[in-house]
Design a protein around this ligand. Structure first.
Ligand code: PDD
Length: 286
């Protein structure tokens, strides 16, 4: 069944959505995006995603052509039109085009390109969430504004490709010996003493919406945590490791660079935190 997608005010079958080859999102990756999880046909943590979108736009002097409330309504309309129960809504805003390839920003008033589409996929009963994944470490070659969610995603694509070539599922990106984050997720470890550790917010990582909620839930459930950078060696020695994002929630990491993490199976802290998050998510979308 063909999806109904959104393009600049219209809901159209995906094969009918047309964008100029001169669109700056296509030519320069001059675009920002957000991915919001959908459970039970409802958006999860969407206020956080829209707030981050507004921030990304501000950082790049991109103007959002709709209000946050209108955006939320478009997302909900798309879920309804596609009868999506579980998966995600992707949205992308580019700086549009003047009809040619020019590095300079287009004049004020040039309409941006807003596109949205749905993706159906299992979030709750996902084999990787249950069995865990293996990652490899890799130098982080991304630009220095990783806090802005732009569509310049070639480095993460290369990282995933490298991981798959090594027989792994994903990569932990490393800068100066310290893990920044995963290719499209935040990275976490549980120390031998049982403390959750994830890198603090800065321009070095994306400010994950799931990450923020997990820290709040850890606090509520008295799970000790620290926001600090951790090294590759510390990750090797960790009792547990996991990743977080809107599309995975939490996936346990059971191997790093061919070494076994902990007992080589999803650990108790990771499983407990995932259960707490899933419980929150199901309540929020009931
Ligand atoms: N990725 N770090 C990076 C580099 C990411 O791309 C993402 C999300 C995250 C997690 O952020 P959040 O919890 O807000 O989803 C961290 C999305 C899912 C993607 O690119 O598909």
């Amino acid at each position: 069944m063909s999806r109904i997608v959104y393009l600049n005010g219209d809901y159209v079958p995906e094969q009918d959505a047309r964008i100029s080859i001169f669109d700056r999102g296509f030519l320069f990756s001059d675009a920002v995006y957000e991915v919001t999880a959908v459970l039970n046909g409802k958006l999860l943590e969407n206020e956080g995603h829209i707030a981050r979108l507004v921030r990304s736009c501000r950082e790049l002097k991109l103007s959002l052509p709709v209000t946050p409330a209108e955006l939320d309504a478009i997302q909900r309309e798309l879920i309804a039109r596609n009868q999506l129960r579980e998966g995600a809504v992707y949205l992308q805003l580019s700086r549009g085009t003047t009809g040619d390839r020019e590095f300079d920003f287009p004049p004020a008033g040039t309409p941006p390109t807003l596109t949205l589409f749905t993706q159906a996929r299992p979030v709750i009963n996902n084999a990787k969430a249950i069995n865990g994944i293996r990652v490899v470490t890799l130098e982080d070659i991304r630009w220095h504004r990783r806090d802005i969610k732009t569509v310049g995603l070639l480095a993460p694509c290369l990282a995933k490709e490298y991981a798959h070539a090594q027989g792994a599922d994903d990569a932990f990106l490393v800068e100066n010996g310290l893990i920044t984050e995963g290719s499209a997720c935040n990275a976490w470890i549980v120390t031998p003493a049982g403390t959750l550790v994830t890198r603090p917010l800065s321009n070095d990582i994306l400010h994950g919406i799931t990450r923020r909620s997990l820290l709040m839930l850890a606090e509520t459930h008295a799970i000790p945590f620290e926001e600090r950078a951790f090294s590759v060696e510390e990750a090797y020695a960790a009792r547990e490791a996991f990743i977080s994002s809107a599309t995975t929630f939490i996936w346990p990491v059971i191997g790093i660079d061919g070494r076994t993490v902990g007992d080589g199976v999803p650990g108790p802290v990771t499983r407990a935190l995932r259960a707490i998050y899933v419980d929150m998510a199901l309540r929020a979308t009931a």
